[in-house]
Design a binder for this molecule. Structure first.
Ligand code: ADP
Length: 219
């Protein structure tokens, strides 16, 4: 994977966690925050960390922001600062701009300003946790369209030793097991004879209704 250069504006809970993960993944991160204490806390972890007001175009220009592959605006609470930073970063011509929004309206404004991707961490995590509460074996899910979802389900003890043929989600419910993740490795496109064991993770694709039926009747 090619090493990329990211600039993360706002090193609050979201920005600092995102920056640390980017560093872990082998990329370079310039962190910017107007709070000196926050910058000091991150200075040993990030490639560079500077105290600056991101709404000041001259300062941002002097930091060479335009040369970065991607800018992440991780300011949430101060909506005015978030919007002004988006304007500055877009004006400077950064290739890709991602911004966090606290509300739909905040997100709409960011999109209108040309932000390439708006993320809603609080809203999305709320939805995710609700799904996991309702389906305790659900580890993760991706909505691939309004109707279709891919889910990761942990195999309960009860189903230990069952083969895909015995579970047969495709014939019974219409959804398919596309992979089984085992401690020993991942089986892609498992065949009828493959066996699931406790703590394996089944990756299943289907309509929301098919997956709901499989979860409630089998898992
Ligand atoms: P979180 O909910 O992820 O903790 P916050 O909105 O509370 O996010 O924190 C955002 C961070 O952005 C804070 O550390 C704050 O100091 C910083 N910040 C806010 N406005 C600016 C600005 N104009 N320039 C640089 N940093 C800013």
């Amino acid at each position: 994977m090619k090493k990329k250069q990211y600039v993360v504006v706002g090193l609050g809970r979201f920005g600092s966690s995102l920056s640390k993960e980017l560093i872990k993944l082998g990329h370079e991160v310039l962190g910017i925050d107007r709070d000196e204490e926050v910058v000091n806390d991150m200075s040993d972890i990030l490639t560079h960390a500077v105290v600056a007001d991101a709404t000041d175009e001259d300062v941002m220009k002097s930091l060479g922001i335009r040369n970065f592959d991607c800018a992440v605006i991780a300011i949430g609470d101060d909506i005015q600062a978030s919007i002004l930073t988006a304007i500055v970063v877009k004006e400077l011509g950064v290739n890709q701009v991602v911004a966090k929004a606290l509300s739909e309206l905040h997100g709409k404004v960011l999109t209108k300003l040309g932000v390439d991707r708006v993320v809603y961490p609080e809203r999305d995590m709320g939805i995710r946790v609700a799904h996991q509460l309702v389906t305790p074996n659900l580890l993760d899910y991706i909505e691939i369209s309004k109707d279709y979802t891919i889910v990761e389900l942990s195999v309960p003890k009860r189903l230990c030793g069952y083969s895909i043929q015995q579970l047969d989600p495709r014939a019974k419910f219409g959804c398919s097991v596309v992979a089984i993740n085992k401690a020993s490795g991942i089986i892609i496109a498992p065949t009828a004879g493959d066996i699931v064991n406790e703590n394996d993770v089944m990756v299943i694709i289907g309509t929301n209704h098919q997956i709901d039926e499989f979860e409630s009747q089998v898992i």
